[in-house]
Design a protein around this ligand. Sequence first.
Ligand SMILES: Nc1ncnc2c1ncn2[C@@H]1O[C@H](COP(=O)(O)OP(=O)(O)O)[C@@H](O)[C@H]1O
Ligand SMILES: [Mg+2]
Length: 321
Amino acid sequence: MNAIETNLLVKRYPSKNGALVEALRGVSFAVRQGDIYALLGPNGAGKTTLISILTTLTPPTSGQARVAGFDVVTQTAEVRRRLGVTFQEIVLDADLTGRQVLDFHARLYGLDRPTRRQRIDALARLVDLGDVLDRKVGTYSGGMKRRLELARGLLSAPQVLFLDEPTQGLDPQNRASIWRYIRRLRNEEGITLLLTTHYMEEAEALADRVGIIDHGQLIVEGAPADLIGRMGADVITLAGVGDAEALDARLRALPFVSHSTHHAMSEGVRFQIGVDSGERRLAEIIAAALGDSFAVHQVTVSRPTLGDVFLAYTGEQLRDE
Ligand SMILES: Nc1ncnc2c1ncn2[C@@H]1O[C@H](COP(=O)(O)OP(=O)(O)O)[C@@H](O)[C@H]1O
Ligand SMILES: [Mg+2]
């Protein structure tokens, strides 16, 4: 059973000069019930647009999407009843206490006072805000604001929770604590989570499945370990100057090379080569380069990451900030 399904979603925005911005160019994907799915992509990839469509805030230009089995365009109320969302840009009134923020939001769902009180206390405990709930939001740290936002997204007891860049701008410690709450939600409440991120470590740490999105298109998806596994056991990165096409052909012919991609830099070319063992193959890779009279300026061996997957499929580095 899929909690989220989309079919060829397209979204075009009018831009200032009258042209259209194509934010989504035919995105089709599905999220299984109970999974944590991460959409990983750089700024401008279309992540927030996709969340806006799935949470019924904006209609698609074409294509269909279903959340919890209901169509986001024709069954808006059914969808809204089943989802929670936290936004990338948090807007909180600094003069309200955490409890007031949550209580105001809970009233939107028509919960009576005792139910509100009980649910707010339970959620505050879940995200470790119990002690500061009656303090003004203006005194909260960035991490506390994010946790309050998480609690707010959960007030409606959603089946599907959408988190748009849930840890953006947080330091590693606060990020790790948000990750803990997200895992807890999935494990203890069985909620389906779709989160967006431009942090590859976040997708690797949390997601059952990752979809890599760039320029409005889903480029590849799979379990993080499978995507990384396709890159080989190690990645040798080699930068230099010479005939890149000849070297590429030579590398691909080597039996222990699982993939080879190369991209122009400001000076020369950078190769990214997946191999079965970086330490054992380093000398052979460099020998192949010398044989093609390719001047090697720099070489590194590393374990592959989702960043390498992104680079292999898009030809660009996935920058963290
Ligand atoms: N309301 C809007 N009007 C016009 N263009 C928009 C609007 N929202 C987003 N865009 C454009 O759509 C593209 C995707 O944006 P967005 O969905 O915010 O990406 P992301 O969340 O991955 O950074 C970008 O080029 C952005 O400038
Ligand atoms: Mg965004």
